[in-house]
Write a protein that binds this ligand. Sequence first.
Ligand code: TRH
Length: 385
Amino acid sequence: MNSPSCVSVDRPDWDIFCAVVDNYGDIGVCWRLARQLSAELGMSVRLWVDDLASFARLCPSLAPSLDAQSIEGIEVRRWDAAALPAVTPAKQVIEAFACNLPEGFVQAMAACQPAPVWINLEYLSAEDWVGGCHGLPSPHPSLPLRKHFFFPGFRDNTGGVLGEADVSARREAQLADPAAGWAALGLTPPLAGELTVSLFCYGGERVDAWLDALLAHGEPVHVLVPDGRGAAEAAHWCGQWLAPGWQGQRGAVRVQGLPFVEQREYDRLLWLCDLNLVRGEDSFVRAQWAARPFVWHIYPQDDCAHLDKLRAFLALYAAELPAASAAALTDFWLAWNHGVGIEPAWRALLAERAALAEHARRWAAQLAQRDTLAVNLARFCESLL
Ligand code: TRH
């Protein structure tokens, strides 16, 4: 029987459920997707998040104490598994990264007529098998519901990557006036001849080893380190405590801590730096949109599955690079992820800087020619309605 509330006019277009497992990638991706569905596709979005304090770090206008609030036209709800309010499920429901929807909500979905389109949004990977699994259905064992697996990816047989329609235009506008960009970040522009590098990683001894390599190389470098893992190592390397506003210098290497900024401000930093060290999933994609050379510290998994994922992306990304540049890139990414052999790999990477910069611009231009994940997702769901 139809649930009367399912035909209610205020049934949103999307429910997105996000469990913050670790760090900021889960909410970073969900928030970005919510904003694109709302701002670019004009859809109504309700975003359920189980950890509003983490969310507030990349969205400072959010009040973590509130159970419900509207931010940029998106209805943000606290997801408290023990006390989920009785709401009518949206027309499309996203279970981000297999976060397991609340049982009561699944029952409410089953009672809806028509049942919502149910999507499990997966992690991004460049591995070949992704194309074969993208879009596959999985029937619920007992309820009249089917969940579909939506895989982001870099090939045409995948869901694509997240990116705003105007990301390239905003980047280019910023680069036309870099001094204004640095000022907006509260920073002074780089000194003449100085290489500017952002560092966002999972920390560890690699940070010291890399800073030592910079020092040994002797070239002037300014390293900008957002608050988080890796920042303590960087501060200690230059004899500083991890306190707000910390900065230090050894030889030609200046190192400076930055606050964790709003998601769009982090983009600005990536656009302005010559090289970006990024991690996880979302900053990894944003570094690609920045059209600058980058290094990916992949989220480590216990079974080392991340290494296959790393190699798959490298193979794709480096396919059109000259052999020497591809080798230098691969060697440094592996050195960085394993934390060994960083110094020689860094020297080789710097020698290929010009070719890598040109390639990064080409790669971003190719990304911009594809439909974005939000567009692909909306189209996929439409086909299931
Ligand atoms: O925080 P992460 O390590 O997240 C990871 C990955 O998503 C990984 O795949 C997942 O399994 C694990 O979490 C649980 O890295 P990521 O994905 O780059 O997310 C960081 C987010 O933080 C991204 O949206 C950018 C944002 N950010 C800011 O908004 N401001 C900042 O100052 C910085 C440094 C980042």
